[in-house]
Design a protein around this ligand. Structure first.
Ligand SMILES: Cc1cc2nc3c(=O)[nH]c(=O)nc-3n(C[C@H](O)[C@H](O)[C@H](O)COP(=O)(O)OP(=O)(O)OC[C@H]3O[C@@H](n4cnc5c(N)ncnc54)[C@H](O)[C@@H]3O)c2cc1C
Length: 476
């Protein structure tokens, strides 16, 4: 692999050969960063510094042609590919040693048609950029809560956050995509997919699309007028109120008015409730949250403002976040008994670092009722809530984390997740459980066989494969 765009017959400009979005060329185009490039170190890392890969090169694509050319080149040269947008894959699977990372983070186009209620955006937008762009038109679509996460990466696996009980999963609002897929022996083509054209692939991309079928280059969303949101933050100091607060939350949050979505986070020294009420008042929000806010003496703040302002306001700069992360994902369909809540308190009390937490997001509401017309591969609509034991440690930009601390953090998260297994059901593909024996069933349940058939149809050569990619139906 060349280390600059001029070596080895590569061009440094977009070539014109590919005009019909099929792939007759096998030249890499776009901005190619190889191992000798001074930008390589920064370019090869994703969000989670626990994982470090050395790809042959990263190609930063500027348009769909660059993506077609990159995939064509990789196929002709028999080089492994990984697709990357926001780079937040928690297990580091959007990169690979010795392979080609096809990075679409430069695809930043935005077209909003308020009249039709549709927005088409490039696959390079992160969630903050998408929320901001829609907010400028008084519109919103559901996304996850961390602004730096790639919109495409969150959406293709499901995508939930503080608008979810009101507007559904991000993937429920996905109406169409442009995607670059393999074709024939070494071919590549860009196709448009929606509920009438390639409907089986559209279904699969709503919940199982990450790195499995092709490279999404643009996404069309249904968007919603949203004049303002009331945001509530409540904090309980210490964990003394944990049992009562958690129990009140798990019985109320998944069943309350669907315009309210809330998250409960358990940290080492405090409990935090975060809630968003779509288009409601502060009095309505605190009334709906009454069962939880009446536990103990939380400190409560409320803000009513445009969603884009609130969303931007709760972001934490990446530079201030821990360098290393290990999360595991779980869905809960029956309320936790007291024993499970006590386990959370016991594990948080011995957390190996201050950035560890237990995160939850209420489901119910539109998650249950708003499956799109063409259906969706997302398999957890009956969950009461999503939950995630998470360990964060090490200083970003600082020296590598102490090995003993890393070992302690990994052991803690493994024990924590394992101890809750009797009370949970399924897992979330966007927060992968590496090493889980039955991961595919945990992510997609009864949808797995259909997903394998779609995989065989669109990627029969299994070009898009990684540690937990969907195996084609023909494989064992
Ligand atoms: C700090 C943090 C907070 C999070 N919070 C939430 C949350 O609130 N809600 C939620 O639902 N999830 C959340 N997640 C999980 C998040 O949705 C996933 O990590 C997501 O897949 C990351 O997308 P990305 O584009 O940033 O990552 P990447 O590493 O770029 O990609 C993630 C996966 O998608 C594939 N992919 C990327 N681009 C494309 C493309 N164009 N076409 C096809 N496949 C592609 C990659 O190959 C990889 O498999 C969070 C993750 C982190 C790290």
């Amino acid at each position: 692999m060349p280390t600059d765009t001029k070596a080895g017959g590569l061009n440094d400009e977009h070539t014109a050969e590919v005009t019909d979005m099929t792939g007759p060329t096998s030249q890499l185009t776009g901005d190619v960063v190889g191992a000798g490039d001074p930008r390589y170190e920064a370019a090869r890392f994703g969000y989670n510094h626990l994982y470090s890969h050395h790809p042959q090169a990263i190609v930063f694509c500027g348009d769909t042609r660059d993506v077609v050319n990159a995939l064509t080149w990789a196929r002709h040269n028999d080089v492994a590919v990984r697709v990357r947008s926001g780079g937040h894959c928690l297990e580091g699977w959007s990169s690979v040693d010795g392979g080609l990372v096809i990075d679409v983070s430069g695809l930043k186009s935005v077209q909003i048609d308020a009249a039709s209620g549709l927005a088409t955006v490039g696959a390079g937008l992160n969630q903050l950029e998408a929320v901001t762009a829609l907010g400028a038109h008084g519109l919103a679509a559901p996304t996850g809560t961390e602004g730096s996460v790639g919109l495409v990466g969150a959406t293709l696996g499901g995508g939930f956050g503080l608008l979810t009980r009101s507007l559904g999963m991000a993937s429920d609002n996905l109406m169409a995509v442009e995607i670059v897929v393999t074709d024939e022996v070494n071919g590549v083509k860009a196709i448009t997919v929606d509920d009438t054209s390639h409907a089986d692939l559209m279904w699969a991309l709503r919940g199982a699309g990450n790195g499995n079928f092709g490279i999404v280059t643009s996404l069309t969303y249904k968007v919603h007028p949203l004049p303002h949101v009331t945001y509530v933050k409540a904090t309980w100091t210490g964990l003394d109120d944990l049992r009562e607060a958690f129990d009140a939350w798990q019985h109320s949050a998944p069943n309350t008015d669907s315009s309210l979505t809330s998250q409960l986070e358990i940290h080492c020294g405090e409990i935090r409730l975060l809630a968003a009420l779509c288009a409601g008042s502060e009095a309505e929000a605190t009334k709906l949250l009454g069962p939880i806010l009446s536990v103990g003496e939380p400190q409560v703040t409320t803000t009513t403002a445009p969603w884009a302002d609130i969303y931007a306001g709760f972001q934490i700069p990446i530079s201030e976040e821990a360098a290393n992360w290990k999360f595991t994902s779980q869905f809960i369909i029956q309320p936790f008994p007291t024993a499970a809540i006590e386990l959370i308190g016991q594990f948080m009390a011995k957390a190996p670092s201050p950035d560890c937490n237990y995160f939850t997001n209420a489901f119910g509401g539109a998650v249950k009722s708003s499956e799109p017309t063409g259906g969706s591969a997302f398999a957890h609509r009956d969950a009461l809530f999503y939950a995630e034991p998470g360990a964060g440690w090490g200083v970003r930009g600082g020296p590598a984390a102490d090995e003993q601390l890393t070992a302690r953090a990994l052991a803690w998260i493994a024990d924590f997740s394992e101890s809750l297994q009797p009370y949970v059901d399924g897992a979330y593909v966007n927060v992968p459980n590496a090493g889980m024996a039955d991961w595919a069933t945990a992510y997609w349940g009864a949808n797995l066989d259909r997903l394998r058939a779609v995989k065989s149809k669109y990627d029969p050569g299994n070009v898009f494969r990684y540690e937990q990619s969907i195996p084609p139906a023909t494989e064992g």
